[in-house]
Structure formats: structure tokens, C-alpha cells
Design a protein around this ligand. Sequence first.
Ligand code: UD1
Length: 418
Amino acid sequence: MTKLMIEDRCILNGTVEISCAKNAILPIIAAALLTEEKCTLKDVPALDDVEVMEAVVRSTGAHAVREGQNQLIIQAESITDYEATYELIRKMRASFLIMGPMLARVGKVRISLPGGCAIGTRPIDLHLKGFSTMGANITLGHGYIEAYAERLKGDSVYLDFPSVGATENIMMAACLAEGLTVIENAAEEPEIVDLASFLNKMGGNVKGAGTDTIRIEGVKALKGTTHTAIPDRIEAGTFMIAAAATGGDVTLQSVVPEHLKPVTAKLKEMGAEITESEKSIRVRANERLNPIDIKTMPYPGFPTDMQSQMMTAMCVAKGTSIATETVFENRFMHINELKLMGAKIKVDGRSAIIEGCEKLSGARVKATDLRAGAALAIAGLCAEGATEISDVYHIDRGYITIEKKLQKLGAPIKRIEE
Ligand code: UD1
């Protein structure tokens, strides 16, 4: 079993390089199935989730090979298998993102239902509603969804909630559909804009990404292209919070400050000093942070993927904070682990009331999901004595060598393989 050991509390100092965004890369890998030509993705971190998506794409008969450390080449010259098995979907829910590209490119797909996951039930009704509005014939049985469509037809799709995955899946499918598709109440996340820019480089015609209405005019075929995904705003936000919570001074390189506005605004409210340049952000804090309230919302609201890390900062703030989770119904599993470290947190429905204390105390804790794991790593950096985090595979899904990046900032952290 792999563990992360943090010896003692510390103050983070230095510079950290932020990687390309996992949540931008995953749909882009799926989108490469839309063409028989070669797509080249640059600066792709070898994250566990990215490797699962590579395997999903390969399972269709496409090639996905790494060149050097960080270049990923995908070519779906011919698609020979139409099934995405439970084994693959179970490993990562985002595997479901191949449904749109497969339907659009080859007109059929059989894909396992994703089922529940650690942070809630996470249904896929909005994805399916989009495909059936576009003329797909969808049947469900034995835990699988089967969908057929000779050629999808553009239509107007209204999403009841601005789901990131549904917006991406429908947007990809619409690129090869006949006529115009309009997605209303679409998600506005930067990863949607990045996917649209990849699709447009492939010869697609996507307009309005980044707003709540996206218009996609279908084309007959797409071509290969080369792309570098946007920086990971969640990895960046995690380091920003770690810097502020430890009272450190950290500069993040290769970021888009605009994408981090919701986090920057809250950290400023907590008393951190933040300076931005075109591609970097410096976070400084030299005293205990002020308490704040956050409510997670779709972009440009405060990201649900930063809620647990921000809660750790609230645990050591000088007063009482409230964190309200509105996006996922079961995203408070880190609370029990934080309590093991001396955090004072009460849950009331979808809100957590956090009474800040001067310091946490090191303990043995378990990463319950990806971002919960990151929250515990930050807690370990703020805790007196040793912290041991197990189930590190959750963290490795979305953070590339987190311990190495933290070591470079002076953290007494190491990975232990047992
Ligand atoms: C993506 C991100 C994830 C992030 C989330 C919200 C990726 C690979 N993952 O996940 O890190 O936490 O956005 O920012 O990009 N919903 C439905 N029906 C659907 C789809 C979603 O009711 O068909 C609900 C979900 O249950 C959830 C909410 O919509 O309550 C948001 O989910 P969604 O935006 O779809 O998240 P993902 O795309 O799965």
C-alpha cells in the first residue's frame, strides 16, 4: 500500500509549476475518436485518470501511444469495438465521455452505466436526454446503455443543470451531427472552452463555449490536430490554499489567473496577499487566516473541486466558517478524517460549520476521494506531529507527484511504498 507521510507542520516557500488540466485532457482524448486522423496532445501528465482514458480509447480499436514523457498521440483510424466495459467505466466515471464521440463517429455504442461513486449518485440522465433529442435510439438493460443513430440530427438541448460532462458529451457529438445543435444552460467551465477550441482546430464549428448557450453546426468530417490543454486550475488552487494555510509564500507558474478568480477572491477575504501576472500567481500569508463562508456553484462560482481543500484552511482560521456544498450531495467525507486531526466541524444538511483552531494534530487518515486526499495533505502541512495518509491512489488520479512538488516548496513529505 502506498502512503504519504508528512513529518510535521511547515511553511511552504518557493515556486511550483502547474501541470495541464486533467479535466480538460480527459474529454479531449475522447474527442480524438471523432476523426480517423492523428491527434497530438502535448504536456499530458501521466496521471492515473489520464491512463484510464487512454485505455478506454484503445479498447475501441484506436491507437493511443505516448511519445517521450509527455506527448500523447491518438489515432482512431478505424473503430472496431463499440463497447466500453464496466471494468473501464468503474475505474473512472469520465470514461462515459466516449459516448458522444462514438455515437457521432460510428453510430453505435454499448457502454456500462457508471453507477454511484464516492461523492454522490452522479446520474447521466442529462447526457442521455441530449443524445435522444438528437435522434439516438437508447435502450438500457443489464447495467448497460446501448445507443444507435445512423446520423445524429442537430436540435435544441436544454440542460436542467449546467453539467460539465453532459455539455462536453453533447458538444462532441454535435460536431458530426446534421445541422445546428444549441445547448442551453450549458456549463461555462474553462475546460469546456478548451474542448471547444480543440474541436474547432479539428475543423468543427462550435460557438459560444464559455457562455450558457453553445451553438454547434455539424460538419461531415473532422481532421487531426495538435493541442496543449489549459493549466489545471484545481491543482493550482490546491497549492494556493496550501500556501495560505501554512502562512507561506508561494509562486505558481503556468496558470491562467482568470480561471482562479473564485479561489483568489476567497483567499483575499481570508487575508492572504495575492499578486498576479499574466501566467503566474504569488500567494503570501503571514498570519492566521480570517474565517469565511463559501458555497460551491457551477463556474464561475466557487468550484466544488476546491471545497475540501478550502475546508482545511478554514479549520486553522481564526474564527467560524461555513462551507455549503450545492453541486454534489455527498461530498463531505473528508470531514471525519479532518476531525481525526483535531478539526472542529459540525454538519448541518449541505453545510459544514467549521470552528477554526490554532493548529491541527498529525494522525493516521485515509484519502476518501481525489480532492479529499488533497485536503488531508494540506491538513498534514498544518498539523503538529506526523500525519500518515493512506489510499493515496485517489490523490494520484489528479495530482502528478504531489509529494515532489510539495518537497520543492520545503514540505517534509515523502511517499512510502509498503
Ligand atoms: C466534472 C469534473 C469534476 C467536477 C464536476 C463539477 C471532469 C472529468 N470532472 O464532473 O471534477 O467536480 O464536473 O464541477 O471534468 N448531473 C445530473 N445529471 C447528469 C449529469 C450531472 O443530475 O446527467 C448532476 C450531478 O449529479 C451533479 C451535478 O450535475 O450533482 C454536476 O455534475 P457534472 O457537472 O456533470 O460533473 P461531471 O461532469 O461528472
